[in-house]
Design a binder for this molecule. Structure first.
Ligand SMILES: Nc1ncnc2c1ncn2[C@@H]1O[C@H](COP(=O)(O)OP(=O)(O)OP(=O)(O)O)[C@@H](O)[C@H]1O
Length: 347
């Protein structure tokens, strides 16, 4: 048994899952999660997140590779693992005629060392709704009830499959706060999410899955560091792209122009921004609409989706084609178009 604080509580090595004998939904996934860490699995629809998490929960045996949760095989040694984990599935499926409190009490009957019902409901902000029938709860309240049940046995490891889907902004923030509190008291949390800001706010580390494989992993900062920062502005009246200072000398790695809007990519945001502002000062012009931003997790995520969809003859996905020239490379060079399309593909 793991007792060391720094032990990996979850270890996944070359994990595989096959459906119907020939469809490989999980194709060699490897990652580990340390005690007290929040780890997020992100990915496009159908990337294999739920398929992976179900193997960690011991709901099915893997087709290949190895899973250990708290040092045990969660499928073969289910009895050793199950009492120490909490699971919040995507679909709860409770009897709809029971009240909220009755549902918790029923669940508590199958859970050793369960928290008192009031405490469990209080944790997720459902105490006031304890006498309401489950069928009368809103979608977001049902997600909270799911979470209360997952927390009932004071789990060492918590699996949360899209925990905030259907919650309003306040409910989402409350859930994040709760997850942080649990993490701070030593609970290990593995969550899947479609919300990139959720991963950015909550996760100590994350992995982005794509088509059953880990496309990128690391801390949110590490993952975003692999993406360029962006600067955009309107060309001052009477100026052409060729009038700008030599962009390569400012650290610009790519640029495109759409109408009067210039968009630059750079790995050296401060150097590029400084050079541009000094140029504007010397020219005595204003850079209207100036927007300077570091890469976000969303940029990294969209790039993965875009790369995956990038075999369609070079439309929005080929925004890099605009890297070579200053003037006139518009249309397909508009990264907004490509990003929006990619975002739709992953929404
Ligand atoms: N029981 C099943 N039988 C056959 N194929 C399945 C089964 N469950 C999932 N799949 C397929 O396996 C792939 C991975 O599905 P999975 O649900 O793990 O993805 P996901 O990343 O959780 O997706 P989402 O974000 O849409 O929930 C998909 O192509 C899906 O259609």
């Amino acid at each position: 048994m793991n007792t060391n604080e720094h032990d990996d509580v979850i270890e996944v090595t070359d994990l595989r899952r096959v459906y119907g004998g020939d469809f490989e939904a999980v194709r060699g996934v490897t990652f580990s999660v340390g005690r007290g860490e929040v780890f997020a699995l992100l990915g496009t629809n159908g990337a294999g997140k739920t398929s992976t998490v179900e193997l960690l929960e011991g709901l099915a045996p893997p087709a290949g590779g190895r899973v250990r949760v708290l040092g045990h095989d969660p499928y073969e040694e289910r009895a050793a693992v199950r009492p120490r984990i909490g699971v919040m599935l995507q679909e709860g499926g409770f009897p709809s005629e029971l009240t909220v409190a009755e549902t918790v009490r029923m669940w508590a009957g199958c859970t050793s060392g369960a928290r008192p019902t009031d405490q469990a409901l209080d944790l997720v902000g459902l105490a006031r709704r304890s006498r309401v029938r489950v069928k009368q709860l809103s979608g977001g309240e049902k997600r909270r009830l799911d979470l209360a049940l997952a927390l009932l046995g004071r789990p060492e490891v918590l699996f949360l499959d899209e925990p905030t889907t259907g919650l309003d902004a306040e409910g989402r923030r409350d859930t994040w706060e709760l997850v942080r509190e649990l993490r701070d008291t030593g609970t290990t949390v593995l969550l899947t999410t479609h919300y990139l800001e959720e991963a950015e706010h909550l996760a100590d580390r994350l992995a982005v899955l794509h088509e059953g494989r880990v496309a990128v992993s690391g801390t949110p900062a590490e993952v975003t560091a692999s993406q360029p920062s962006r600067i955009s502005f309107e060309l001052p009246a009477g100026y052409f792209p060729g009038d700008l200072p030599p962009l390569g000398a400012l650290g610009v790695t790519g640029h495109e122009t759409a109408g009067r809007t210039v968009r630059l990519r750079t790995d050296e945001l401060q150097r590029t921004a400084t050079g541009l502002l000094l140029w504007a000062r010397d020219e005595r012009v204003e850079l209207r609409g100036l927007d300077v931003r570091s890469a976000s997790l969303e940029d990294a995520f969209l790039r993965i989706a875009r790369d995956a969809a990038g075999t369609d003859g070079g439309s929005g996905a080929g925004a890099g084609a605009g890297d070579s020239a200053g003037a006139g490379d518009r249309g397909g060079g508009d990264p907004g178009t490509g990003a929006a399309a990619a975002k739709e593909a992953v929404a």
